[in-house]
Design a protein around this ligand. Structure first.
Ligand code: GLU
Length: 449
């Protein structure tokens, strides 16, 4: 982990003291502070206004009970939360995660990341995140619906087009957004499209939102490759995960002439040297809600599934971690670098551990951090908000071009900022500093609030 200079170290110690046990949040804060040394040196006004200290304290945190009835008629209780982290640039914006690992430390790490990611897009969106420790795995459609309805029965009073606009994340896709939107509409008796993003195309959703995070990650990596005169064409690519982000990263890699040779889920990973059959994978994961082993079985041929070992040992030119936080550690990074991997782009939030990031930097592997590389999802959410506000809907082609321009803009901003602050080619520094300064300037302008 980078060493923090003295003033930032004090800020970090205070974060540890005030937020005990929230390990992922500590990690996310440390990662950002690690880039801010040259910024505080250049801008004493940020320290005078305690901008970093204020950024580390969410504006509002809501924690609530989510009771629901399972199919056997038994009462189940989960915990729901929404952390409204920073609204200097716009309404709080960020997804909802439904996964048994969810606790306040995860929601705060995600909300904190979201502040800088959203800022980096250049769009008018603040940062927030929410979720529940609800485990959707093995639950019937009716159970998912009842859970979502109960969750929204509390959440509805906290969200709004100008206040806080949730979307999906792990465990929350189009189906869940539908049930959540339906319940909001029923409780309030208002068809307010702009209160959630990730909606279906017939009820206020945007073209390309489903594909946006995965496509955006590939667009970003494509830009990084160009700086070395390379492209996806003919490259072997490993994509971890097989959820929404991974599926559309695979699709775009294939469109750009690369071959995705492995993907995974929490049960293991599949290696498919001929290239993942995306239609089959979508069918298994999204229709059957099956596992990668079911894909390997249906695919036949050389496709094989591995239940242990690491997907990062599969030789590749480009790696796209699209599963979850801390899924790629220092030894995985060393294996990738040793196999000649050129570039890594984070489709998930914080999938590479701090030691992995260090290994990539030392080995000269291009590394696109999630704040930059996966910002296409939330950026397209902001495009959905624009369409909702103007009661308009754009074509797929137009929206995809907007997404592509946004990703290229983010890439450019990262490189220019890294250069300006003395770390040329360092996308981590560029993303953190460019994301930070835009929010910090807005916070300065808005006074002590
Ligand atoms: N959950 C996504 C992310 O991590 C998208 C958030 C959104 O669209 O609001 O950025």
């Amino acid at each position: 982990m980078p060493v923090l200079d003295e003033k930032l170290h004090d800020v970090y110690d205070e974060v540890l003291r005030r937020n005990p046990g929230e390990l992922e949040f500590h990690q996310a804060v440390h990662e950002v502070l690690g880039s801010l040394g040259p910024v505080v040196a250049k801008h004493p006004e940020y320290a005078d206004a305690q901008i970093i200290e204020r950024l580390c304290e969410p504006e509002r945190q809501i924690i609530f009970r989510v009771p629901w009835l399972d199919d056997a008629g038994r009462v189940q209780i989960n915990r729901g939360m929404r952390v409204e982290f920073n609204s200097a640039l716009g309404p709080f914006k960020g997804g909802l995660r439904f996964h048994p690992s969810v606790y306040l430390g995860i929601v705060k790490f995600l909300g904190f990341e979201q502040i800088f990611k959203n800022s980096l897009t250049g769009m008018p969106i603040g940062g927030g995140k929410g979720g529940s420790d609800f485990d959707p795995k093995g639950r019937s459609d009716a159970e998912i619906m009842r859970f979502c309805q109960s969750f929204m029965t509390e959440l509805y009073r906290h969200i709004g087009e100008y206040t806080d606009v949730p979307a999906g994340d792990i465990g929350v896709g189009g189906r869940e957004i539908g049930y959540l939107f339906g319940q909001y509409k029923r409780i309030t008796n208002r068809y307010e499209s702009g209160i959630l993003t990730g909606k279906g195309l017939t009820w206020g959703g945007s073209q390309v939102r489903t594909e946006a995070t995965g496509y955006g990650t590939v667009f970003f990596v494509d830009e990084m490759l160009r700086t070395r005169g390379e492209s996806f064409d003919g490259k072997r690519v490993v994509v971890s995960g097989s959820g929404n982000v991974a599926l559309y990263a695979i699709e775009k890699v294939h469109q750009l002439g690369g071959t995705v040779v492995a993907c995974s889920d929490s049960s293991g990973y599949v290696v498919d040297g001929k290239g993942i059959d995306l239609d089959l994978l979508k069918e298994v994961k999204e229709v059957r809600r099956g596992r990668v082993a079911d894909y390997a079985e249906a695919r036949g041929g050389d496709a094989r599934v591995a239940a242990d070992g690491s997907i990062w040992n599969v030789p590749c030119d480009i790696a796209l971690p699209c599963a979850t936080q801390n899924e790629l550690n220092g030894s995985d990074a060393a294996a990738l670098a040793g196999n000649g991997c050129l570039a890594v782009g984070e489709g998930a939030n914080m999938p590479a551990t701090p030691d992995a990031v260090e290994v990539f930097a030392e080995a000269g592997v291009l590394f696109g951090p999630g704040k930059a590389a996966n910002a296409g999802g939330v950026a397209t959410s902001a495009l959905e908000m624009q369409q909702n506000a103007s009661r308009d809907s754009w074509t797929f082609e137009y929206t995809e071009n907007r997404l592509n321009d946004i990703m290229r803009g983010i890439h450019q901003r990262c490189l220019e900022t890294a250069e300006e602050y003395g770390s040329p080619g360092n996308y981590v520094a560029g993303a953190n500093i460019a994301g930070f300064t835009r929010v910090a300037d807005a916070m300065l302008a808005l006074g002590v609030i």
